[in-house]
Design a protein around this ligand. Structure first.
Ligand SMILES: Cc1cc2nc3c(=O)[nH]c(=O)nc-3n(C[C@H](O)[C@H](O)[C@H](O)COP(=O)(O)O)c2cc1C
Length: 214
């Protein structure tokens, strides 16, 4: 057995006070993300995306946040992937950010919709050409593939099909999802496991803030 029971850190870097919270949780999130970006944390916009299928079976994986605004939190993926199928059958998700160096965690839950086509097109074409071709090559995402060579052969075929600067169309099976967050939680690690946790829930157009037991 790998014994990790002796490994523990005390979280003493910061505290989170009710009076210091932004009234709008999006602003709280943006402030913490900005701090993580400015501190040079590695990919602080990477998040764990939890979905569940129609039977309730959960699954989780990392994706990259590509935008955060009043419209929601946006990420891009393959609609035919495991997560894409989950979200087709059960369009709700929880997102988790963990910024270990800042001893912070943020959870965001809400219903999920697809990003409008024109916006997905604009983002797809702003990505490096190799990423555009890879979106075509890795399809259907999450399906078995015979070998690494098979994947690379498909990628080479795609280079031949779209030579030079030939525009690469966004595949119909690839696009964005947007979580319209209804519930947020901000967690700041504190000494002795007496952490600060605040939940925001939308109640009639207002955000209600509650401190939670750590
Ligand atoms: C740091 C990191 C960033 C990732 N970003 C994305 C992403 O933005 N979109 C995506 O579809 N997969 C991304 N992946 C890959 C996913 O974690 C996952 O392997 C893939 O999407 C298939 O997931 P699924 O089978 O659950 O649908 C990323 C993985 C890592 C480790």
């Amino acid at each position: 057995m790998t014994d990790l029971t002796g490994l523990r850190l005390s979280y003493t870097r910061a505290e989170l006070r009710r009076a210091a919270l932004h009234a709008n949780p999006l602003h709280q999130f943006q402030a913490w993300l900005q701090e993580a970006l400015e501190a040079g944390l590695r990919e602080p916009y990477a998040l764990s995306l939890a979905t569940a299928d129609a039977s309730g079976r959960p699954s989780v994986r990392t994706v990259l946040l590509r935008g955060a605004g009043e419209e929601g939190l946006t990420f891009y993926t393959n609609f035919e992937s495991h997560k894409g199928r989950d979200l087709g059958a059960n369009p709700q998700a929880e997102l988790l950010f963990h910024w270990a160096e800042h001893e912070r965690q943020v959870r965001a839950f809400g219903p999920v919709t697809r990003v409008p086509d024109d916006e997905a097109d604009a983002y797809f074409h702003a990505r490096p050409r190799e990423s555009q071709l890879a979106a075509h090559a890795s399809a259907p995402q999450s399906a078995p593939i015979a070998s690494r060579e098979a994947l690379e052969a498909t990628f080479a075929d795609l280079h031949a099909r779209y030579p030079g600067k030939t525009p690469v169309p966004r595949p119909a099976f690839w696009g964005g999802f947007r979580v319209q967050v209804q519930e947020w939680e901000f967690w700041q690690g504190r000494a002795n496991r007496l952490h600060d946790r605040f939940r925001y829930i939308r109640a009639g157009g207002e955000w209600q803030i509650t401190r939670l037991m750590p």
